[in-house]
Design a protein around this ligand. Structure first.
Ligand SMILES: [Zn+2]
Length: 373
């Protein structure tokens, strides 16, 4: 299987949208160590040239609208989803994870950003919300004077792509898996909480410019940075990002320290993929690997991933056995298959057993109506 590499340009040769093709080279036969992703087609990388005129024409208005709508949406959902109120007074922090890699967090630890720094420039993993971009740029400046050049989106959710348009306006190149970019074209973006709520579609300028269907590598700041598709877990476009020399793994929202796995069935997430994705992260992790969760304040390691995976397997096993006994969802819920774990995995008030167990139940073949909840 071919893999695609983005060869880092010399520092003096800034990569712009127009000449990015000059910096792309296809290399062959370097199969990624984690095995197949379930894709049998050949690897491919796509460069999506934005219609600059169209983008610029609507840019400012869209930004204002996006800010307004996002703010309204946030204030409407904040008690469930974020607990941050609005963004006034929100201070971002930046902490060293290991090697070249830092983590930017906001209070409560939502939408954690990976930041790789060095003489070749800055690569970000995820972009938080649009109103926080200035603060994101400022906090990155606390650790480096180099410019932000690249952004990888781990998935489509607004708390991970909200800053895209602002960063694109600064000349940052945005990368994501093909499936994640496709989600940008949906009229309204689905969000898993509250039974599948909606957020406004992102503007065209927020869309990833370069996409991959399997894996790609950046060669930046003295290390290989591998972004690759995980099995369909949180969504069907989840990317993990591994910083090989720093030995840091960003798992996006496939792994969170705050809740049971959020399996976004509206965006292609699955239970089976969640287990497979965590297995893959475990396989990749060594004894010193630092894991950045999508949400949660702690950086964890391999042991915590094993614990998370085993918890999911246990709940899955309990639910499956009840399905085999012919139990309907209400009986399964009443049996509380998550009881042993609720103390640890219910820090997120917007995602608890009432959200997680039905997804497990239906994916395992349970019958009944959602109204049975
Ligand atoms: Zn998410």
């Amino acid at each position: 299987m071919e893999r695609i590499k983005l060869i880092s340009a010399p520092r003096t040769m800034a990569v712009k949208r127009r000449d990015v093709t000059a910096c792309l080279q296809l290399t062959s036969l370097e199969r990624f160590m984690l095995g197949t992703t379930g894709h049998s087609h050949r690897n491919a990388l796509r460069i999506h040239t934005p219609s600059k005129g169209q983008v610029m024409k609507m840019g400012k208005l869209r930004k204002i609208l996006l800010f307004t709508v996002t703010s309204l949406w946030l204030s409407a959902t904040t008690s469930l989803s974020y607990g941050q109120g609005n963004f006034a007074g929100v201070e971002l922090t930046i902490t060293l994870v290991a090697g070249n890699v830092y983590m930017v967090q906001r209070p409560g630890g939502g939408g954690n950003i990976g930041v790789q720094v060095g003489p070749d420039g800055v690569l970000l993993v995820d972009s938080l919300f649009a109103p926080l971009t200035d603060r994101l740029v400022a906090v990155v400046k606390q650790v480096t004077d180099e410019e932000i050049r690249f952004l990888v989106n781990t998935h489509i959710h607004i708390d991970h792509v909200g800053g895209n348009e602002n960063l694109a306006d600064m000349g940052v190149l945005i990368f994501a898996h093909d499936n994640t970019r496709l989600r940008f074209f949906e009229e309204r973006s689905r969000f898993p909480r509250a039974g599948g709520s909606f957020v406004p579609a992102q503007p065209a300028a927020a869309r990833p410019l370069i996409t991959y269907n399997d894996t790609m590598s950046f060669h930046l700041n003295g290390e290989e940075v591998r972004a690759f598709l995980a099995p369909p877990a949180h969504t069907d476009g989840d990317s993990f990002v591994y910083f090989a020399e720093s030995d840091v793994l960003h798992l996006g929202d496939v792994y969170r320290t705050t809740s049971y796995p959020i399996i976004d069935i509206y965006n292609g997430g699955t239970l089976r993929g969640t287990i497979a994705a965590i297995d893959r992260a475990i396989d990749l992790s060594g004894p010193n690997t630092k894991v950045i969760p999508g949400h949660g304040l702690e950086v964890v390691g391999r042991d915590e991933l094993v614990e998370f995976r085993d918890m999911i397997l246990d709940i899955q096993g309990q639910v499956l056995s009840m399905i085999r006994q012919g139990k309907k969802l209400d009986a399964v819920m009443a049996a509380q298959p998550t009881a042993a774990y609720d103390a640890q995995w219910t820090d997120d008030p917007g995602w608890g057993p009432v959200d997680f167990v039905p997804i497990v139940y239906y994916e395992l073949g349970g019958s009944g109506r959602l109204a049975d909840r």
